[in-house]
Write a protein that binds this ligand. Structure first.
Ligand SMILES: [Zn+2]
Length: 402
């Protein structure tokens, strides 16, 4: 049997299958249970956050002959037809490829015909922001006087490009990026069902790289399974995503915080040899430093290195801000050079030196390794000793001024 992409194979078929968008799926289920359904919905949010999946489930549930507490039964003839894309009352259109006014008019001409198989005629218009102005106007006219049994579900990744007149006619739902936990949970479920072994660390890396988009996470899994079919390994996940290992970035940040520039340079060198780019490394350092800063304030965060949390808990928030600023400067310099490694190395040296500057002052630990400072401290101690003796002598003398 041909390999079927996980994203297609595991597209959710019920609202309960949609992980991480409970606020939206619960509201949609309730409106179905109460039988109070608006004429137009707008699903807005980043790609891969479940907009199209929810639109398909909602359209199916609207026409299900045996609704189960707001969920489609997935067994009746309408549900089965909808799952196969063969339900005549569910009309899907991708505005990215069909955006002319003629195409929208064709679609809207048939809006007044009653549904043939189900209760509602449902129009799903994906990437609705791509419609031309005249196409939007034609759509607006229909939304202003919607026929009784028609429901529009408009989906967009770019809400700011949808005219306000359209937005105001719809019930809007904002789809959020999935949390890393929700993505890991979904990947664990799918891999468990597929009988595929995986390393927890690999799933964490994938969730981090996919940045809240389930579709991206599952495509990375697809890639991994296509070259190593039996398991999902951490090393492979790093290779496919082109990321420096998070552990390596954690060690790098610790080296900076501890003022160990040599260690930082060595770690960066080996990450680059493993295929990471200077830009990626800087971005990963920024993202990890932000997480570290949040951790010191809220106590929440997950890290791969065992003692990472204890080490960063002792740092001052200023240190984190300094590193973020310096890394941002280095990212800026990258644009003006072909030698990508130089701004990275300058950053690593500067960011690890900052510690000595910010903690300047007589410090026994650093003095031990610096003879000049040691001599200076000796002189200062001598002076303090003499001054103390003088003060003592003065205070012991009887007052003779008056
Ligand atoms: Zn059904």
């Amino acid at each position: 049997m041909a390999y079927q992409a996980l994203y297609r194979k595991w597209r959710p078929r019920t609202f309960d299958d949609v992980v991480g968008q409970e606020a939206i799926t619960d509201t949609l289920k309730n409106s179905l249970i109460r039988g109070k359904v608006s004429h137009a919905f707008l699903f807005a949010g980043p790609r891969g956050t479940g907009k199209t999946s929810c639109a398909k489930i909602f359209a199916k549930a609207l026409n299900c002959l045996n609704l189960q507490e707001g969920e489609p039964c997935n067994e009746c003839s309408n549900c089965l037809a909808a799952d196969q894309g063969a339900m005549p009352d569910i009309i899907e259109m991708d505005a990215a490829s069909n955006n002319s006014v003629d195409e929208i008019r064709d679609l809207l001409d048939k809006v007044h015909y009653a549904p043939t198989e189900g209760k509602y005629k449902v129009y799903i218009i994906d990437e609705v922001h791509m419609l031309s102005i005249s196409a939007f106007n034609a759509l607006l006219k229909t939304l202003e006087e919607p026929p009784a049994s028609v429901v529009f579900i408009l989906a967009t990744t770019e809400l700011q490009k949808v005219p306000a007149t359209i937005i105001s006619r719809t019930q809007r739902y904002n789809f959020k990026r999935f949390s890393n936990e929700a993505m890991v949970q979904r990947m664990e479920y799918i891999l468990g069902q597929e009988g595929v072994e995986y390393e927890d660390k690999a799933l964490k890396v994938i969730a981090q790289v996919a940045d809240g988009g389930m579709r991206d996470a599952l495509s990375i899994l697809d890639q991994l399974l296509s070259f190593e079919k039996s398991s999902v390994r951490y090393e492979d996940a790093l290779e496919v995503t082109g990321f420096a290992a998070q552990e390596q970035v954690e060690k790098l940040l610790l080296a900076l915080l501890n003022g160990d520039s040599q260690m930082a340079l060595d770690l960066a060198k080996s990450a680059i040899q493993d295929g990471a780019s200077a830009q990626n490394i800087l971005n990963e350092i920024i993202s990890l430093t932000v997480q570290a800063m949040l951790f010191t304030k809220t106590g929440q965060g997950e890290f791969l290195t065992d003692d990472f949390a204890q080490e960063i808990a002792q740092q001052s928030p200023d240190r984190f801000s300094q590193i973020i600023d310096q890394a941002n400067d280095a990212l800026g310099s990258l644009r003006f050079t072909n030698q990508q490694q130089i701004p990275l190395e300058v950053f690593l040296v500067q960011a690890s030196q900052k510690r000595q500057n910010s903690q300047a002052g007589p410090q026994v630990v650093s003095a031990a390794s610096n003879p000049a400072i040691e001599r200076q401290i000796k002189v200062l101690k001598e002076q303090v000793h003499q001054l103390t003796q003088q003060v003592q002598q003065l205070s012991q003398r009887p007052s003779q001024a008056f």
